[in-house]
Ligand binder design. Structure first.
Ligand code: UDP
Length: 259
């Protein structure tokens, strides 16, 4: 495989100051493959949702992490709408929830090993079991809930490194998971580290995912609000995102294209 590292090949759009790479799932897999073959340190992938964009408006550290990540995938139909409105359409939604099963499928074929970090106790283990049942050849290097608390960090990094995992999936929610990866990537021996939000809960079956028809109608947020009503305050970020893009997006939008 001779895939060029992204985002140089694909281009990226900036939405309210946050970079989003114009990639497909195939691009993501090809890029991970390139990183694993290159064996040149831990590369960071962020799955950017409208919520990420709004958190970053008030959190300069998180904004910096997003800018320094190797890849920012568009996790959310809102980003696709925003990018199209801004005149730089993105090819597809590349969510952590769909991406992890796709990565697991490719990992089983290629022999890449995965480490599942985060979520409530038992959930990462259950998600690992579900993925292994789907792909018996899949190598799970480890799974551990842990926590993003700084006092646990050294011990968690040691566990992950001792496991020899190729790919680390971190489910501590945004911005913690992404900041955690950024803080530790220099000493992590994995090739790729991805923040994956609530993905393990979905795979383990602890939280149902919105049906496809709701996802297609851009109503995943409504489904999540119905099953997790306590999230309403966080979800106020969605209308703020829409307003921000309509009001300020065009001034702030840029497209970086390959040289
Ligand atoms: N989570 C965790 N430790 C924390 C905070 C969150 O393990 O300190 C887990 C949580 O159990 C869930 C995941 O992080 O599995 C994603 O959380 P959330 O739903 O907030 O993230 P989102 O899917 O909205 O990114």
């Amino acid at each position: 495989m001779t895939a060029q590292p992204l985002p140089a090949r694909a281009g990226r759009v900036t939405i309210l100051g946050v970079p989003v790479d114009a990639i497909t799932f195939d691009d993501l897999l090809a890029t991970i493959d390139t990183w694993i073959r290159a064996d040149d340190g831990a590369h960071q992938v962020c799955t950017v949702s409208p919520e990420f964009v709004m958190i970053a408006q008030d959190d300069p550290d998180f904004m910096r992490v997003l800018h320094e990540a190797d890849l920012c995938a568009a996790d959310g139909i809102g980003l696709l709408f925003a990018a199209r409105y801004l005149g730089h359409p993105l090819p597809e939604r590349v969510t952590g929830s769909d991406g992890v099963p796709i990565i697991a499928e490719r990992a089983a074929r290629e022999g890449w090993s995965l480490y599942l970090l985060g979520a409530a106790p038992g959930i990462a283990e259950r998600a690992a079991e579900v993925l292994t049942a789907r792909h018996p050849a899949l190598r799970i290097a480890g799974s551990y809930a842990g926590s993003p608390a700084p006092e646990e960090e050294d011990q968690i990094v040691e566990r992950v490194n001792a496991s020899g995992a190729d790919i680390l999936l971190v489910a501590y929610g945004a911005p913690r998971q992404d900041v955690w990866i950024a803080r530790n990537r220099a000493r992590l021996h994995v090739h790729a580290a991805l923040g994956v939000g609530g993905t393990f809960d979905f795979i383990a079956g602890a939280i149902p995912r919105a049906p496809r028809w709701m996802q297609k109608l851009a109503l995943e947020w409504l489904f999540r609000l119905i099953i997790q009503p306590w999230r309403w305050r966080r979800m106020l970020r969605l209308p703020r995102f829409v307003w921000g893009v309509l009001r300020y997006g065009k001034n702030a939008a840029q497209k970086e294209t390959p040289a």
